[in-house]
Design a protein around this ligand. Structure first.
Ligand SMILES: Nc1ncnc2c1ncn2[C@@H]1O[C@H](COP(=O)(O)OP(=O)(O)O)[C@@H](O)[C@H]1O
Ligand SMILES: [Mg+2]
Length: 363
């Protein structure tokens, strides 16, 4: 059993009548980078706090390295934290900030100096030890926080929206650095974010959370390509969704159109929801006819917003360099059958609040 393995066994957290986390059973492998992705208030921070020992679960057990740590105090867990709320001490130098976890553990001075230097070098901040946090950029401050979290060589690294305050370009830089550092150290890492791009780019696996309940766990491309339900499809990227009935040739919409998909052995006539990503829509091929509404130019790509005769709204990614037609221009469209994903049976019934035909929400 490796020291960095985490197992959640039926974890529940209530605050009075409010259930913040419900029946969480999952495991994180040694060295794995798992991202907990979900909207604000979905229970992400609560899960990390329970791993860190800052919050006790109402029910269930947490094991780390096979050992039941559910009621172990934080200082007895070998965990490094970079939390939004755990900012650097502004009055201490960078060196003293990084030394802090070692000092509270009673580490001898000589060893503190040696380890602090190594930790700062790791995050490429050698030579910045004498500065105060205010004399560093936001990205550098986050790297100091990372050095502080890693300086005592924890078994697990917990990151709660650590890059949220950085601007986009800097965020990507720190992401790249964080990922390579994590890989070099082979440290089990739990990252919390509501940023889907960050989740998709950094993680070995994603755990998608909504209202305290796990919606799906899987590799980023699986969760993106094979979402388990409407919530996941909508939360991760843009999703065109259609409700209809299965036929031999595809999904029949109430308006009569037959959309390409594979029935995957499901009974003809059964109701189903089809998910098609914008980048899979091929304009000009037939299946569905829609009218052009508007183009959104994003620099590296465009998105075209379309509407079917029944009033369903769609988003498609046109080929690079395509010129947008006039609003109202009819555009036949289709996709390869294998690019249509049928949501697993019964996933919508469980989520009446999110039902609606078809829905499209930019995440
Ligand atoms: N100490 C607390 N007391 C009462 N409710 C809390 C407390 N901490 C969190 N909550 C509630 O638990 C839910 C999950 O919170 P949190 O884990 O912080 O969500 P996230 O990090 O995903 O935004 C929210 O509804 C929040 O209001
Ligand atoms: Mg949070």
């Amino acid at each position: 059993m490796s020291l960095g393995e985490i197992a959640f066994e039926g974890i529940e957290k209530r605050y009075g009548p409010m259930v913040a986390v419900r029946s969480l059973t999952a495991s994180v492998a040694q060295g794995e980078f798992l991202t907990i992705l979900g909207p604000s208030g979905s229970g992400k921070t609560t899960i990390l706090s329970m791993v860190a020992g800052l919050t006790a679960p109402t029910a269930g057990r947490i094991r780390i390295g096979g050992r039941n740590v559910t009621h172990l105090p934080p200082q007895e867990r070998r965990i490094g934290l970079v939390f939004q709320s755990y900012a650097l001490f502004p009055h201490l130098t960078v060196e003293k900030n990084v030394a802090f976890p070692l000092a509270v553990r009673g580490t001898p001075r000589g060893e503190i100096a040696r380890r602090v230097e190594a930790a700062l070098a790791r995050v490429r901040l050698g030579g910045f030890g004498a500065r105060k946090p205010a004399q560093l950029s936001g990205g550098q401050q986050q790297r100091v926080a990372l050095a502080r979290a890693l300086v005592f060589e924890p078994d697990i690294l917990l990151l709660d929206e650590p890059l949220g305050a950085l601007d986009r370009k800097l965020r990507e830089e720190v992401q790249v650095e964080l990922k390579s550092l994590q890989r070099d150290l082979g440290i089990t890492t739990l990252l919390v974010t509501h940023d889907q791009e960050e989740a998709l780019s950094l993680s070995d696996r994603l755990l998608v959370l909504d209202q305290g309940a796990v919606q799906q766990v899987g590799a980023p491309h699986m969760v993106y390509r094979r979402p388990a339900n409407r919530f996941v499809a909508d939360f991760l990227g843009l999703a065109n969704m259609f409700e209809g009935r299965l036929e031999a040739g595809g999904l029949r919409l109430p308006g009569g159109a037959l959309l390409p998909c594979r029935a995957d052995g499901r009974a003809e006539g059964s109701p189903a929801t089809l998910v098609v990503r914008p980048e899979h829509i091929r304009l000009g091929s037939s299946g569905l006819s829609a009218r052009f509404r508007q183009a959104v130019y994003l620099g590296h790509l465009q998105r075209w917003h379309l509407e079917t005769a029944e009033g369903a709204r769609l988003v498609a990614t046109p080929p690079p360099g395509a010129t947008a037609p006039a609003p109202g221009t009819p555009l036949p469209l289709g996709w390869a059958a294998e690019d249509g994903w049928l949501l697993p049976d019964g996933t919508d019934a469980a989520r009446p609040a999110l039902a609606g035909t078809p829905s499209l929400q930019p995440a």
